[in-house]
Structure formats: C-alpha cells, structure tokens
Design a protein around this ligand. Structure first.
Ligand SMILES: C[S@@+](CC[C@H](N)C(=O)[O-])C[C@H]1O[C@@H](n2cnc3c(N)ncnc32)[C@H](O)[C@@H]1O
Ligand SMILES: [Zn+2]
Length: 283
C-alpha cells in the first residue's frame, strides 16, 4: 500500500479514501468527497444531521484519561494485548477499535504487538475522545457512529476491538478478515459494585453472555473463548472522582456534589470485573 492509500472507505459513497497530501490532512474518494482533518488531527465523518449525538464531554474524556493513566485498568490492557499477540501470524496488524474512547487499549495492543506494520482505526462519536486518539502512533481517529456502516473496507481488519461500547456485529464481521478476531469487553455484574450506588453512577454491567453470543452468531461471529478478569483496585479520592465522571453518569453528575461525595467516602478498595470475549468468523 502506498503511504497515501488507506483501508478507510468514504462514509458517503463507500469508495476507498486516499490521503490527498503528504501531511495526511485531507482524505478524498474518486467521487470527489473530501474530508479535512480537524486541527487536533482527527476526521469528523459525522457531518450534517449526524452531529446532534450526546457525545462524551471534554471533562468526561479527561477523567477517563487520568484514570487510565494511573494504571487501574492495566491488567485488562495486558490481557487484550496477550490475546492479540496469541493470534498474530503475520507481519502486519490492522486493527479497528469501535467506540475507542481515548484509544488506551488500542495503543497498548499496538505497543505489545510483534508486527512490523500497524494500521489502526479508532472510531468514536466523541470529538474529545478522538482528539486524544489522533495523537497515537499508526492511528487514524474518526468521529463516527458505530451503529452505522463502518468506514472500513470489507475484510480489511485482523482485529476488531469493542470495549464497553455499542456492538454492531454485522459490521464487525464484514470488516474482519476470515482469520481475524473480534474482542468484546463487557462489565460483569460485580464490576465497581462497592461504589456504584454511593457515587450515583450508572451500572455498565451487560446482559447475559448467552444473548451476546446469540446476537453475534446471527451475524456470522461465533464465540471462541471467554474469560473473566476480576481484581481489586485501591482507589484514592481523585481516582473515585474520575471513575464516576468518566462513565455515562458523567453527563449528569454535578462536579461539586461529586467532590463532596468522594471526600466523605475516602480511599476505597473497589472490584474491577470484566468479561473478555473472543469471537471468530464462522467457518
Ligand atoms: C465507556 S466508553 C469506553 C471507551 C473505550 N473503549 C475504553 O474502554 O476506554 C464508551 C465509548 O463509546 C462511545 N460511544 C457511545 N456510543 C457510540 C456510538 N454510537 N458510536 C461510536 N462511539 C460511541 C463513547 O463516546 C465512549 O467513548
Ligand atoms: Zn465518496
């Protein structure tokens, strides 16, 4: 692939997009659709009526970044990197992260990868999340809604990653190569259970694995492996504040009231409990 070619497709006409310039600031398709990078480096493909989403705010994304930077979810990042390494059999790794947030897991996976060439696509509806993901090496960050057709060519990805974000199995299957894997991370029922109520958070626990597996199987992805990762985190008041603010309740929580709550709770030992599910294309 030349340095101006991409595996990204035009959100309007589905033709391949190429960079028009060496600086990789403008993407164009043969029909003539054109997308210019925002000054922070990401591309916003959600133009027109797609722009009225309730995106994670700048403060929520900052809270997520600060929490992840403290390493509390590093065991999950290590697990994901280990799974991807176990499936690598080529010199290149093409990854798509659907609902990537800051790109924390994507970055850890690329860092641990033994591939020579990396090509990562981070998709998220939050412009603030994509500002951060756009800074990561080998990563193209696109503001996009994962419920829609993904802007990636058929069979163009070795790995689709989907952590605590909406699932679109039909599209995950379409963009995956036949030897690829789709890794879905969900919250287990005991995830953060000590603090959900006291901090006014919304539970992120997903439904039963059987219904997830059924939904994916209906779109040609079969559950090949599942594991639970559970451990205790020691969280100080700043961690607790960020944890509450980075989740879906961050849209509604009042910073002052949350600050008072975390101060009265003090240091807490909190359960992290993830379901890590690997899906493969059905033979
Ligand atoms: C709980 S966060 C997880 C982010 C990241 N995967 C992580 O684990 O750090 C959920 C992410 O999904 C994004 N999101 C929610 N709905 C989306 C949609 N329809 N399309 C794309 N992204 C979406 C949010 O903006 C947010 O960044
Ligand atoms: Zn086009």
């Amino acid at each position: 692939m030349s340095s101006n070619e991409t595996t990204v497709t035009c959100p309007v006409c589905e033709l391949p997009l190429c960079f028009r310039d060496e600086a990789h600031k403008t993407l164009v398709c043969d029909t003539g659709h054109r997308f210019d990078a925002a000054k922070q480096g990401y591309f916003n493909f959600l133009t027109g009526k797609g722009t009225n989403f309730l995106e994670d705010t700048s403060a929520m994304v900052q809270a997520r970044d600060a929490f992840q930077a403290r390493g509390h979810y590093a065991p999950l990042a290590d697990k994901l990197a280990e799974i991807v390494r176990g499936h690598q059999d080529s010199s290149s790794l093409d990854l798509l992260d659907a609902g990537a947030g800051t790109g924390y897991y994507l970055n850890q996976i690329l860092d641990a990868s033994s591939a020579v060439n990396h090509d990562a696509l981070a998709l998220d509806i939050s412009r603030y999340a994509m500002r951060r993901a756009a800074k990561l090496p080998h990563t193209l960050a696109l503001v996009w809604d994962v419920w829609r057709r993904l802007p990636s060519a058929d069979a163009s990805r070795d790995v689709v990653l989907n952590c605590f974000a909406p699932h679109n199995p039909a599209e995950f299957r379409r963009v995956l190569r036949d030897h690829g894997i789709c890794i879905v991370v969900t919250g287990e029922p005991d995830h953060l259970n000590e603090v959900i109520e006291p901090l006014g958070m919304l539970s992120v626990a997903d439904g039963k694995l059987a219904s997830l597996a059924e939904k994916f199987a209906a779109h040609g992805l079969e559950l090949s492996h599942t594991q639970q990762l559970t451990y205790q985190m020691e969280l100080n008041t700043e961690d607790l504040y960020n944890l509450a603010f980075m989740g879906p309740a961050g849209h509604h929580l009042q910073p002052d009231a949350l600050g008072n709550k975390v101060q009265s709770l003090g240091h807490q030992r909190v359960t992290a409990s993830f379901g890590v599910h690997t899906f493969i294309p059905k033979a």
